[in-house]
Design a protein around this ligand. Structure first.
Ligand code: HEC
Ligand code: HEC
Length: 265
């Protein structure tokens, strides 16, 4: 079985790539590091740096920042650095319907039957859980973060890790069940119809029509809904001129179905 390093490492790779375009962005911390090394014995500086660097580890995985994610929208996925992408990816297309069973067994007591954060245990939890049925809360989430949170937990927030309870595929399936709580069947149908009219001719019915822009590239899990909308505007502004916000959102939902099988309505 493959082992997956944490997402923050994965994204560090992307950030390094982004920093090549913006040298000097991390200068202050580099200066601080040098100062530490000059002032203290090497081992002490190393210990301090280690403690700082493992901050993520102590708190559990941290959510990717907007900067990190935006790096993944300006170029097609195929152009992302491979090191950033090849880790932490699903081995096959996830299945939200399969995830529903795990969700009922392991998650709904806190997250609620529909993921609104209103399960019987919810009142006792601090911080409160997110309401995944509200599209506004889901706009900047990535499937990779959902998988990471399910796998490793969110320490300090009452969210345990499930990598000892569910296997890797089950965790992707349940992450996508949670992920898709805000989408209506009408939206999926609309997205599919628009895709057939405007996109399929180039990208193919399964999204694999163009080798240089495969829409079923598993690295899509690194993108949020906002990221996809932005990628589409950046690459296809001309095709989307007369497409309103709602239809763009429906198209984005269709793009995600190349990565997972949504639960049948
Ligand atoms: C005329 C052919 C054509 C049509 C029609 C078309 N695309 Fe594309 N699409 C491309 C090409 C070519 C690329 C790669 C762009 C590049 O490399 O700059 C691409 C890239 C993309 C990407 C980025 C893929 C990635 O790897 O990040 C997305 C998302 C996308 N298209 C979505 C759509 C959607 C949604 C539609 C319909 C509204 C659409 N495309 C219609 C040719 C097309
Ligand atoms: C004991 C209660 C509890 C159980 C059981 C539980 N969660 Fe959570 N979960 C939480 C809490 C509380 C948070 C918010 C943590 C925080 O923000 O610090 C959370 C956060 C999350 C997040 C991150 C959401 C975001 O918006 O960033 C995901 C994804 C998630 N849970 C999925 C699941 C799945 C899937 C299951 C079942 C396999 C599950 N949880 C089981 C309490 C729980």
């Amino acid at each position: 079985m493959r082992t997956h390093p944490p997402l923050h490492e994965t994204l560090c790779g992307q950030e390094q790539a982004a920093n090549r375009d913006h040298p000097g962005r991390h200068e202050p911390s580099v200066v601080a590091m040098n100062r530490l090394r000059l002032t203290f014995p090497g081992w002490f500086a190393a210990a301090v740096l280690c403690a700082l660097a493992s901050g993520c580890l102590l708190r559990g995985p941290s959510k990717p920042s907007e900067d990190q994610r935006v790096a993944a929208t300006r170029r097609p996925l195929a152009a992302l650095p491979r090191t950033a992408a090849e880790r932490d990816l699903p081995a096959r297309r996830a299945d939200a319907a399969a995830g529903a069973t795990s969700f009922a067994a392991h998650c709904q007591r806190c997250h609620g039957v529909q993921g609104a954060g209103d399960g019987p245990l919810a009142a006792a939890l601090d911080p409160a859980q997110p309401d995944w049925t509200d599209p506004a809360n889901m706009a900047d989430e990535t499937p990779a973060w959902f998988f990471r949170a399910v796998s490793r937990g969110v320490l300090g927030g009452g969210m345990q890790r499930f990598d000892t309870v569910l296997d890797e595929q089950e965790r992707w399936d349940v992450a996508y069940f949670a992920w898709s709580r805000a989408v209506s069947p009408v939206q999926w149908q609309r997205g599919q119809a628009l895709y057939e009219q405007r996109c399929q001719g180039c990208h193919g019915p399964q999204g694999d029509g163009l080798a240089e822009a495969r829409l079923d590239d598993p690295r899509g899990v690194l993108r949020s809904r906002e990221d996809y909308a932005e990628a589409m505007r950046a690459l296809h502004g001309d095709l989307l001129e007369d497409v309103g916000a709602e239809d763009t959102a429906a198209l984005v939902e269709h793009l995600f179905t190349f990565l997972y099988q949504p639960q049948a309505p």
